[in-house]
Design a protein around this ligand. Sequence first.
Ligand code: HEC
Length: 136
Amino acid sequence: MKKIFLPIMAAALLVACGSNESKQTTEANDNSGNTESTSSTDVSDNPDYQKGLALVAKNDCLTCHKVDEKLIGPPYRDVADKYAGIPNRDSIVKHLADKIISGGTGVWGQVAMTPHPGISEPDAEAMVKYVLLLKK
Ligand code: HEC
């Protein structure tokens, strides 16, 4: 019984694998064009993005902020959208960096952001630049 059953199973497996494989290769081919065209404009290639993200991850920011969802603080993408249209980018970066260092409330609601006196001005500005890159 075993002797007949095993070859049949093996043959069935081979057929199953064979058909899956050909399907997967066609799908991979369809997608490869898309991935190439989007990766060149990906903001994650930007050095400001990588530096700011590393600092955000190192500090306590992510306990209150997420990119797309509201936690205690507003989603970073909403912050980016709010300031995206303002022409004087340098003064916005400085203003938001100061706010991260001093803390504050009243722009997004009544909940306050805690002050971060241990963060340097250049580090705070680097984090703001990362946040502002997240605009839709
Ligand atoms: C205790 C929670 C908390 C932590 C920790 C926190 N934030 Fe916030 N953040 C908030 C809240 C709440 C607001 C909204 C303040 C307001 O309405 O004015 C905010 C607002 C902001 C804004 C927009 C400010 C504005 O005036 O529009 C930025 C940018 C920001 N946070 C970045 C950061 C960064 C970077 C860190 C890490 C160093 C951080 N936050 C850590 C709670 C927090």
